[in-house]
Design a protein around this ligand. Structure first.
Ligand code: SME
Length: 163
């Protein structure tokens, strides 16, 4: 018998339910959709996969597509999170010289590394439309989500089946 841990919030349980049902890029897509739909302060949610020294946008959900579908490690907030191997929260993107602009409405951003067996394989990137949109609770929740996404990101980068 198992007892749910303290980090087993209903939202996290739903992420786990998605990951138990589908895998790879389809799962990432569904998790992006779920996060955006569940949290109004997550208007754009994406998952980048680390391919060598480049972040590749594998899944996203939001009102608009971004032009930044490939980001070199070290560029932007996305590249910074990988280089520094840590969650980066930017309270006001207009005050951060690293920020790569995507959408006019974006005022804050959170980027959370996704790891598999200890190494970074990708990241969750969320744009918010208010200054200080993200706090410690977002960090804690998104790090818990990221901790479950490693296998899906890994599979997302594998060659697509031909059948
Ligand atoms: N703003 C990001 C680029 C990606 S878009 O937000 C989707 C950055 O500074 O790395």
């Amino acid at each position: 018998m198992t007892v749910p841990g303290r980090d087993q919030t209903p939202a996290l349980l739903q992420v786990e339910a998605i990951l138990s049902r589908i895998s790879g890029r389809q799962a990432l897509q569904e998790v992006c959709r779920f996060l955006r739909r569940s949290f109004p302060h997550y208007p754009w949610v994406g998952v980048y996969r680390l391919d060598g020294e480049t972040l590749v946008l594998d899944a996203w959900d939001g009102a608009q597509a971004t032009e930044h579908t490939r980001i070199p490690v070290g560029r932007g907030i996305c590249g910074q999170a990988v280089r520094e191997d840590r969650t980066v929260i930017v309270d006001d993107v207009r005050a951060d010289p690293n920020y790569l602009a995507c959408f006019l409405e974006t005022r804050a951003e959170v980027v959370v590394p996704i790891r598999l067996e200890g190494r970074v394989v990708g990241e969750i990137d969320i744009d918010g439309n208010a200054v200080r949109a993200f706090d410690a609770s977002d960090r804690q929740f998104l790090e818990s989500v990221a901790a479950r996404l490693g296998p899906a990101v890994d599979l997302s980068g594998a060659a697509l089946p031909t059948a």
